[in-house]
Ligand binder design. Sequence first.
Ligand code: ATP
Ligand code: MG
Ligand code: FE
Length: 338
Amino acid sequence: VKILAIESSCDETAAAVVVNGREALSNVISSQIDLHTLYGGVVPEIASRKHIENINYVIEKALSDANCTLDDIDAIGVTYGPGLVGALLVGVAEAKAICFAKDIPLIGVHHIEGHICANYVENKELEPPFVCLVVSGGHTHLVVVEDYGKYKILGKTRDDAAGEAFDKVARAIGLGYPGGPKIDKISKEGNPHAYEFPRTKITNSIYDFSFSGLKSAVLNQLNLSKMKGEEINPADVAASFQKSVVDTLVSRAMIALEETGMKKFAIAGGVASNTAIRAAFKEECEKRGVEFYHPSPILCTDNAVMIGSAAYYEYKNGITHSWDLNAIPNLKLGERYE
Ligand code: ATP
Ligand code: MG
Ligand code: FE
């Protein structure tokens, strides 16, 4: 089964051709980052307009890179939520138009399900059930992937997402947008024990996260140093912040592995490309005899390959959508629009 996948939930216009959910024949990503950097974050209206300008070109490139035409495509998978409504609508409308013209099935995909499925593309032997930690710009979810398309949420963030915390701290220490990769890089030159930032635990909930307190602690430290006239070393702040995030993520995930008894663990989402997070999970999983899976960095951040993989398993489960498929900006994981 050859699926053409489309992703336009935020600031990447992406298309890909994916075979049987596991093999990417093409992976085209047109990023708008340069444009949004001017404003220090994604401007929804600009994102929608850029998607409209880019989408046809991106799809044509995905088809030609895969050496095929629309006649070779069996179905279209498209992200319909969560994300920016105007941005999502561009992909959804495009997918509907092509499906209608070519008389092929339309499959709406949950963006976070896509992030999780990125693991199937690069780890051909990975099959559910497994525990997955999704850490992205807008989500921090600890889930049990019980089967293809079947998720049980163990815990999630009560406030900021992990990626959001990275981006906000980066901005505060003057690294600019998007901050995650910059904190990752500069942290390598910093001392992770220079500052003792909190590892927040939620009372009565072993699996939930909270990162806004950590973010505030970093901002308070910056203000305090400024008031005292102390020089701060951005690399030390970044490394100490990052260490706190790593410790928190690892501790929650390890409890989940112990409690479920599962021996397979995967990470997903943009923050999963963080080198310190990958190293820490690799070590902790090895210690426990747990198999550790992660996508390569290009499949961690937004792309359409992951959407093509998720769409394939929906298709196999008999899930397709009708022409009234709509963009759902706050679509919950595990929720389906029938
Ligand atoms: P969501 O998937 O929750 O809707 P999104 O699509 O905007 O949000 P992703 O594309 O999955 O998020 O990931 C982007 C996030 O990943 C940003 O917050 C970015 O700072 C972060 N990120 C990317 N690379 C790294 C890295 N090396 N270290 C830490 N964070 C990173
Ligand atoms: Mg993005
Ligand atoms: Fe994403």
